[in-house]
Design a protein around this ligand. Sequence first.
Ligand SMILES: NC(=O)c1ccc[n+]([C@@H]2O[C@H](COP(=O)([O-])OP(=O)(O)OC[C@H]3O[C@@H](n4cnc5c(N)ncnc54)[C@H](O)[C@@H]3O)[C@@H](O)[C@H]2O)c1
Ligand SMILES: O=C(O)C(=O)C[C@@H](O)[C@H](O)[C@H](O)COP(=O)(O)O
Ligand SMILES: [Zn+2]
Length: 364
Amino acid sequence: MRTIDIPLGDRSYPVRIGEGLLADPAAWAPHVGQAPILIVTNETVAPLYLPAVLGALKGHDVDTFTMADGEAEKNWDNWRALIGRLADRHAPRDTTLVALGGGVVGDLCGFAAATWMRGIRFIQAPTTLLAQVDASVGGKTAINIPQGKNLVGAFHQPAAVIADTATLRTLPPREYRAGLAEVLKYGAICDAGFIDWIEANIDALRAMEPDALAEIVERSVRYKAEVVGADEREQGVRAILNFGHTFGHALETHTGYQRYLHGEAVAIGMVVAATLSESRGLLAPGLARRLADIQSALGLPVTVPADIDAPDLLQHMKLDKKNLAGRRRLVLLSAPGKAIVDEDSADADILAALNACRAEDPAA
Ligand SMILES: NC(=O)c1ccc[n+]([C@@H]2O[C@H](COP(=O)([O-])OP(=O)(O)OC[C@H]3O[C@@H](n4cnc5c(N)ncnc54)[C@H](O)[C@@H]3O)[C@@H](O)[C@H]2O)c1
Ligand SMILES: O=C(O)C(=O)C[C@@H](O)[C@H](O)[C@H](O)COP(=O)(O)O
Ligand SMILES: [Zn+2]
């Protein structure tokens, strides 16, 4: 087991990464006391991993809340149902919530933990690649509303992250690929050498080779730890973790959270953001093409589909949380591995970048 600390003063916590951790009582013991535990999971993950977690937590007072599956479930109804469960069970303030699942379960459970009695402990037990490399770390919790992605939420750090890499073996291939988009994001914004590494290890990543998986999980968490440790509440540098997300979230919202996985939408968004960086003269030509080639090789989408109008996406971008006082703020690149926050892109620049990333084949 490897441990990476998220350095946040009295809110610091460990991210524990290893094979078989969910079933290991020793992995849980330091993070759960004798107070009640409510495990939040979904109908797909529960049959796969709930028995192992219940076994590891034997002897504790444990209840389970199981949601339906899918991004569209990260909504008010499930937040209300989960809060209702806590209320019905008279859950005291020392209750620990456990998010067992992907980023959807993690974000919703985290938001319930942030809001029940003004904030209770929670533990992230991420079971997707995307959640292990990104969503479980950093304390962003949220639900979606029809007007936009993650628009209702709170910063609320977990007490620990228990990332069992063995769970990745049951992940559907499309979900695994979506997680790779957030992995590549760290290369784009933090470390050009990591882009090189991913490029050199595409076959190993496609084959889910254990050494390659261990490398991307640990390296990604280290990049995120550094950024979150420097700026917990996105007052500055943390915004770079949103690279590709302004366009990605617009795609997700526009399609009702049904058509693209989060990582897929971010993948398209990263190509658009890199293209815009180049057309604005902020970034030397070549990286947008290179990112698109890596993503294609990893089986990720790279183009804005023909049936989605660029002005519609621009409209969704008005509710982006990075915007301040009427100023639109975008995360762009100034070099491979170096991100900047830009406030000077005009509508016409953005529309041109979106249209430059159109599929030549409308069916694509
Ligand atoms: N809070 C953050 O910092 C942050 C960061 C990135 C993404 N997110 C959010 O995370 C969400 C996406 O997370 P995700 O990609 O994990 O999606 P997800 O939670 O929908 O999980 C993907 C799918 O895999 C299934 N699944 C989970 N673990 C499995 C396993 N081990 N084996 C088989 N199936 C499994 C799930 O049931 C689901 O169908 C989005 O809502 C996104 O906004 C949050
Ligand atoms: O941790 C962060 O900060 C991120 O931006 C990570 C993103 O990958 C993630 O999708 C996050 O949920 C987006 O946050 P939002 O503030 O744009 O809703
Ligand atoms: Zn993301």
